[in-house]
Design a protein around this ligand. Structure first.
Ligand SMILES: [Zn+2]
Length: 252
């Protein structure tokens, strides 16, 4: 197969996976946060605008036939223009310290860690997971069986589909980082871990989020002052770990 074999229109997929929330409009990383946002960002950094646009179109139209998540590995079959779907893999080596950070975050944020990792977490839990910066400094590889060679539209499509799953589900993040329910229960005998994030790091991150949101609001029309204040309050609200650390500092 040569490179031009993949230039035709993609063959339609019935019941394919769609990253609906993440590919609306022209923004590259919209509402994706944390692990998923990081994966999208890394793929986008290594592609050109045409590849990103086509990858997003694939994620929107459901060209991903199936996806599996396992520790350090996301695999998918993505249907392109040739009869055989492409096999796409995004992978990393999970550093044990990062895995531990996630266990600590679960133990810290869940009122009953013994009940296991929830499929859909509260916004506070998701903030806590995001604040762990689990992929910070971790190399991510992407491979596809299509003839393109570099990071291709199929890799970009998978990044969006994976982000849709990861950023909506603590259990999906746990799977990707090799954390099981047993790991939370095994750790129960130990002391409750310290807050996994420092206040300073949290503040920097929130400021960056606020700046991004303001830029987006700016681009999408003039929001009212109340809308802006409401958004700002939501973004700047600290997750439980940071809140408890701030409370401690206040009483010292
Ligand atoms: Zn490809």
């Amino acid at each position: 197969m040569s490179w031009w074999d993949d230039w035709g229109p993609a063959l339609p997929v019935e019941g394919g996976l769609v990253a609906s929330g993440l590919v609306r409009g022209t923004r590259i990383v919209t509402d994706a946060r944390g692990v998923g946002a990081e994966i999208i960002t890394r793929m986008v950094e290594r592609s050109n605008q045409g590849i990103v646009t086509r990858g997003r179109a694939y994620a929107r139209s459901g060209q991903t036939i199936s996806m599996t998540l396992e520790p350090g590995r996301i695999h998918a079959l993505v249907q392109g223009s040739s009869a055989q779907p492409y096999s796409v893999t995004i992978a990393c080596t999970v550093p044990p310290a990062h895995r531990q950070r996630l266990i600590d975050a679960f133990r810290h944020a869940l009122s009953n860690p013994a009940a296991g990792i929830p499929a859909r977490g509260s916004p506070a839990l998701r903030d806590e997971i995001d604040a762990c910066e689990l992929l910070s400094g971790v190399p991510i590889t992407a491979k596809c069986t299509c003839p393109y060679g570099a990071v291709c539209k199929h890799c970009v499509a998978l990044a969006y589909i994976a982000a849709d799953r990861l950023d909506g589900s603590p259990v999906a993040v746990a799977t990707f980082f090799g954390v099981r329910d047993e790991d939370l229960r095994d750790a129960l005998d130990g002391p409750i871990p310290d807050a996994p994030v420092e206040v300073e790091r949290f503040e920097k991150k929130q400021q960056a989020r606020l700046a991004r949101t303001l830029a987006r609001l700016d681009a999408s029309g003039a929001p009212t002052r109340d809308e802006l204040l409401q958004r700002a309050a939501r973004i700047l609200a600290p997750p439980p770990t940071v809140r408890s650390q701030l409370d401690l500092e206040a009483t010292e």
